[in-house]
Write a protein that binds this ligand. Structure first.
Ligand SMILES: [Fe+2]
Ligand SMILES: [Fe+2]
Length: 268
């Protein structure tokens, strides 16, 4: 199921499969059917649609959210992140199938993959209401980098994807909601609020399974987290942090503050 999602190019076809397989999984789990995790080889890079054109981050035009075109660009970037997140969650299931984990690990990532598929569809609907669509603008090509860098390291994957990248989503989403509130774009506001409330659980799944792995290795989660983020994530974490939502997700300040990048000279 995971490899099928990863190998599907079209965004809506990918999210339809993600949602359908999540429902198959949930039904099997509630009826007590025995599910074999099995083994699989995920593609190095997931299949993606022909559009959007993928550019290196520095070539993606900067977005100014003060105009309708800027807000479309912002939502387009969110759609791209959500589609990437669908692949990331199925990838962790497939790529680390050889690591013995409790069934709850798969429950969580299947649920997260279902959420991301829903998020992608919600944002695509907003784009269409605003006269655009996913694929209309270029998007950045760097997003699979974190997955490639941690392809052989489950603890590294958990540290970087849910606990750094998705936690960053918690930091920036309130500001985005405000932009769309000011512009009176109610559909976008509602969609972003749904995303914001559901993303907390993805960060929490990350923290839960990261702590589980450290406990199994008898290692200190905070120290391992710091070492892995320094190894796989270049450039330090960007404050301000959403300390409240990070706490909800089981990320205490002593995990992320020591990794914060220095404030740039012009704001010091
Ligand atoms: Fe999401
Ligand atoms: Fe997420």
């Amino acid at each position: 199921m995971a490899v099928d999602v990863l190998s599907t190019k079209d965004g809506h076809a990918k999210t339809a499969k993600s949602r359908a397989y999540a429902s198959v999984w949930k039904t099997a789990r509630t009826t007590g059917e025995v599910i074999e995790i099995g083994r699989s080889i995920p593609p190095d890079h997931p299949a993606r649609p022909r559009q959007p054109e993928l550019l290196s981050p520095r070539n993606v035009p900067k977005r100014k959210p003060g105009s309708p075109a800027g807000r479309i660009a912002l939502l387009h970037a969110v759609a791209h992140i959500e589609l990437n997140a669908v692949d990331l969650h199925w990838d962790i299931i497939s790529r680390f199938a050889h690591v013995p984990m409790p069934m709850g690990f798969y429950d969580d990532w299947v649920k997260a993959a279902d959420d991301e598929a829903k998020h992608f569809n919600l944002i695509c609907d907003c784009l269409e209401t605003m006269g655009s669509y996913y694929g209309a603008l270029p998007a950045h090509d760097g997003m699979w980098r974190a997955a490639s860098d941690t392809a052989n390291d489950l603890q590294g994957r958990l540290a970087i994807v849910p606990m750094v990248l998705e936690a960053r989503g918690l930091d920036v989403t309130p500001g985005m909601i405000e932009i769309f509130e000011k512009a009176g774009e109610t559909a976008a506001v509602e969609s972003l609020k749904t995303i914001y409330s559901e993303e907390v659980s993805h960060v929490a799944y990350g923290a839960k399974w990261f702590n589980f792995g450290c406990g199994r290795d008898n290692s200190d989660p905070k120290e391992v987290f710091h070492a892995l983020v320094k190894r796989y994530f270049k450039g330090g974490l960007k404050p301000p942090f959403n300390e409240e939502k990070r706490a909800d997700a089981g990320l205490p300040p002593d995990f992320y503050w020591p990794l914060a990048e220095e404030l740039p000279a012009y704001v010091r």
